[in-house]
Ligand binder design. Structure first.
Ligand SMILES: [Zn+2]
Length: 202
């Protein structure tokens, strides 16, 4: 879809091969300073991890979809297990995440838009250097955090392709008319995702 030089990310086309995170809850270790770390639940004894976190003033939280119970409710003194940052916090959160793995040469705006959509997940508006992510699915309600971040990375890859193709050893933006995603685009997105995944492993 083209509008004002914009690209839009939809469930079809570019997103077809994307792996959805599925209904599995996301586990987060919240450090005493408020920092968050995603946890692979298969790699930890969660009860023990929660206990350790509490001892140092942090906590373990689980993010699930609103209709999925977040597991057994524990002792009353325990904070609620489910954790979802407010939509207004997502833009700054995603920007901060990206900054940990890549510094954009040209600044951009982020708009996490709560208008419910069916197919459209996000867009990049070239003239305004605006990265937009739609947070809500018309039917399913709020989209999972990691899915929203995935869309954010996709749209920032468009931004990088437009504004600094040199950073990826390309002479100019690799887009060709009629084709929304160039090889350069996929290289940039793959690089961003790889860096982020590497960071999660360290
Ligand atoms: Zn795209």
């Amino acid at each position: 879809m083209e509008d004002d030089g914009a690209t839009e990310t939809t469930r079809t086309g570019s997103q077809a091969g994307r792996t959805r995170l599925g209904p599995d809850p996301l586990y987060w270790l919240v450090h005493p300073n408020g920092g968050r770390q995603a946890i692979d639940p298969r790699q930890f004894d969660l009860e023990r991890l929660a206990e350790q976190a509490r001892r140092v003033g942090g906590r373990l939280v689980v993010e699930g979809s609103p209709d999925t119970p977040a597991g057994p409710r524990a002792e009353p003194d325990r904070p609620p297990l489910r954790f979802e940052p407010p939509v207004s916090a997502l833009g700054p959160l995603f920007r901060a995440r990206l900054e940990r793995v890549y510094r954009c040469l040209v600044d951009y705006e982020v708009d996490v838009n709560p208008r419910p959509t069916t197919r459209v997940l996000g867009g990049y508006y070239k003239s305004r250097r605006l990265v937009r992510v739609y947070s809500h699915d018309r039917q399913g309600g709020r989209r999972p955090l990691e899915e929203l971040f995935d869309t954010f990375l996709h749209e920032t890859a468009h931004h990088i392709e437009y504004t600094e193709p040199d950073s990826f050893h390309a002479r100019e933006c690799g887009r060709v008319p009629g084709r929304m995603h160039s090889r350069l685009f996929w290289r940039i997105l793959g690089d961003l995702k790889g860096r982020w995944a590497d960071l999660q492993r360290t």
